[in-house]
Design a protein around this ligand. Sequence first.
Ligand SMILES: Cc1cc2nc3c(=O)[nH]c(=O)nc-3n(C[C@H](O)[C@H](O)[C@H](O)COP(=O)(O)OP(=O)(O)OC[C@H]3O[C@@H](n4cnc5c(N)ncnc54)[C@H](O)[C@@H]3O)c2cc1C
Length: 262
Amino acid sequence: MTTSGTCPRTGTAPWSTPWRPGWTCATTGRWPGWTSRREAWPSRRSRGRRRPARTSWSRSPLGALKNDVPRFVPPLPPERTGAVHRLGFGRYEKVALAFDEAFWRRAGWSHLVLFPPEATEPAAWVFDLDAFGAGPVLVCHTFHSATGHLAGAPPAAAASRVTDMLSAALGAPCPEPVAVAVTGWAEDPYTSGAYTHVPPGSSNADPDLLGTPVAGRLLFAGEHTQSARLGYADGAMTSGVREAKRLLGTSTVALGRLTDRA
Ligand SMILES: Cc1cc2nc3c(=O)[nH]c(=O)nc-3n(C[C@H](O)[C@H](O)[C@H](O)COP(=O)(O)OP(=O)(O)OC[C@H]3O[C@@H](n4cnc5c(N)ncnc54)[C@H](O)[C@@H]3O)c2cc1C
């Protein structure tokens, strides 16, 4: 999906619109993926009038930004889009197979690392969920180039690829799974992959740059906006805390449970 957002009154983007108290103008705070400070904490002086967002916040993943989702009008500065395109956004998908019984356990097997027939392809990790008491389920973790075999393929085809590898590893035909689930993070336009990495030609300065505001009022969070814990959920959370402090102008923020806000 492509979104562009200009103020209907001024025809300008929110971060290029000077903040002028008293303006009546549709806030851009309801853009998908955006949070507006003004919308979250409306000013008393607004008396019901809507004002342009003074500060906006994007936490779109790097993969979406690479695909111009959301579209920024005016465009982001070239040094910023350069960093977006220099960084890599890897793929990581899972194929979950449920069976009638944990046949691999009878053979004395549990978690597996499967090497595909193609020597150039990465190994797949197979997690035995039965070992965790979750029933006769195997989850095959598939990385980057190997995910090409799953892209756009029906679940049955993805399952066959995994059961073929299992049959080869076990030296016996693998039973047909009774249920299959396949993730599709790379096909999701709001994610377009799994997580950021720093390929040759890029450096940790790129994600750090992506964590700085544009024009002092367009803020960015997400795992790709910091280099300390690139690719990890805790890096994403830390970046959100960082931007919340910046937005509120405070040195600390209190974290609550989501249910507390209901
Ligand atoms: C298969 C897999 C396994 C992983 N395992 C681990 C692990 O074990 N440990 C770990 O630390 N990390 C793991 N990660 C990485 C971790 O999930 C990410 O680093 C983390 O979720 C990134 O958080 P984020 O907030 O930056 O982005 P996301 O979690 O992707 O959140 C961004 C959100 O914004 C939404 N969005 C995007 N664009 C728009 C829009 N225009 N409008 C509205 N909504 C929008 C997206 O739908 C999404 O919900 C894994 C990732 C994958 C794919």
